[in-house]
Design a protein around this ligand. Structure first.
Ligand code: FMN
Length: 371
């Protein structure tokens, strides 16, 4: 790589109407700090995001679109006025630091648990147990067989996303990221293992992805002009039954071609964590990002395990436009400055990833802070 290619992450990027000063995106991270019954973001959230405002763009932690979406302890929501008001403090603080922030909309679907719903079963595309672990307030439990969504309940869920988007706009977010990864609601609909519906939401990929595009339609109505992103983990081998199968590559060809018609901000594509040889998506091995580049015409954000050098490289190779970093942002609020000056990176304490207060959340110093 020439000297210029070694600094690609520092080339500004025009994302629709938003100018990103660099291509270092902070990926979404659940941190379990909304430790209040109303699931309202706190002053700690405001401090945490403001500390990281030098990222080209911040993608917020997963935020619940409704009460029915919940399925992990202490994640904030964006479905009440109180939550929306509290998020205003976060967006104001990030903007005051000259940053930009998208809200990630999340719904866990059938991987929730009756413990969150006074004993009532969660909803899923079909009455099929996803065979995952549900993270309940009492710890991990086996998932249950959900109730199958009625068409009416699907419409209500789409309306929940719509209202959440309206709230996010009122709260001052610059855009949205739709969480469509791992074993959550949208992948549950995309997967033939968990979706065996015989109506217009099941069967062909056109039908299995209908809910995704109907959600995107309502989100783009609220945030038009390249302000809605989608995050996919196409090669995630979850512990349960939602995994890449013989449909996956053709399914993604369909999704990407259809997404070409949508005025969205970007697709964040999480890379494979394991070798794909001997899996149903073996042909993605070694040419994963070129598959997405060749089939999708819009902006691609690459994610998973990148560092400064590999991030510059994938942009220089033309396989991605932007790169997102999750774990490195936990202990390095000034990750951008550390990359710029080749400063050593601090390592985060994993025991405080998903719970706790200030410790392991807002108390990581910048490299330039006095000792
Ligand atoms: C503590 C933690 C929480 C995470 N929470 C979310 C989340 O809420 N939403 C999401 O899309 N991804 C989440 N992820 C995944 C990251 O966004 C990212 O895809 C993954 O960590 C790979 O990027 P990295 O190698 O730079 O860490 C989380 C990752 C970590 C480490």
């Amino acid at each position: 790589m020439n000297q210029e290619d070694k600094k690609k992450l520092f080339t500004p990027f025009q994302l629709g109407g938003i100018l990103l000063p660099n291509r270092i995106i902070m990926a979404s991270m659940t941190r379990g700090r909304a430790t209040n019954a109303a699931l309202v973001p706190t002053d700690l959230h405001t401090a945490y995001y403001a500390q990281r405002a030098s990222a080209g763009l911040i993608l917020s932690e997963s935020v619940w679109v409704s009460k029915n979406a919940i399925g992990f302890p202490n994640l904030p929501g964006i479905f009440t006025t109180e939550q929306t008001e509290a998020w205003k403090k976060v967006t104001n603080a990030v903007h005051q630091e000259n940053g930009r922030i998208f809200l990630q909309l999340a719904h866990i679907g059938a991987v929730s648990h009756p413990d969150y719903f006074n004993g009532e079963l969660p909803l899923g595309p079909s009455a099929i147990n996803p065979q995952e672990k549900s993270f309940t307030p009492e710890g991990f439990k086996d998932t249950v067989t959900p109730r199958a969504y009625t068409i009416e309940q699907i419409r209500e869920t789409i309306e929940d996303y719509h209202r959440a988007a309206i709230n996010a706009k009122a709260a001052g977010f610059d855009g949205l990221e739709l969480h469509a990864q791992l074993f959550t609601l949208i992948p549950q609909f995309l997967s033939t293992a968990t979706n065996q519906r015989t109506d217009e939401y099941g069967g062909s990929i056109t039908n299995r992805s209908r809910i995704l595009f109907e959600i995107l339609d309502v989100l783009i109505k609220v945030f038009p002009g390249k302000k809605v992103a989608v995050k996919f983990t196409p090669a995630a081998f979850n512990p349960g039954i939602i995994r890449p199968d013989e449909n996956t590559i053709a399914d993604y060809e369909y999704l990407l071609h259809k997404l070409n018609e949508y005025d969205i901000a970007f697709l964040e594509i999480v890379g494979p964590a394991v070798t794909l040889a001997d899996t149903p998506v073996a042909s993605w091995d070694d040419q994963y990002y070129s598959f997405f580049r060749n089939n999708y015409k819009g902006v691609i954000v690459a994610n998973l395990g990148f560092n400064y050098d590999s991030g510059n490289k994938i942009i220089a190779e033309g396989l991605a436009d932007l790169v997102s970093f999750a774990t490195p942002f936990i202990a390095n609020p000034d990750l951008v400055n550390r990359f710029a000056h080749a400063l050593p990176l601090a390592v985060a304490d994993q025991t405080t990833y998903y719970m706790g207060g200030e410790k392991g959340f807002t108390d990581y110093p910048k490299a330039t802070d006095p000792k």
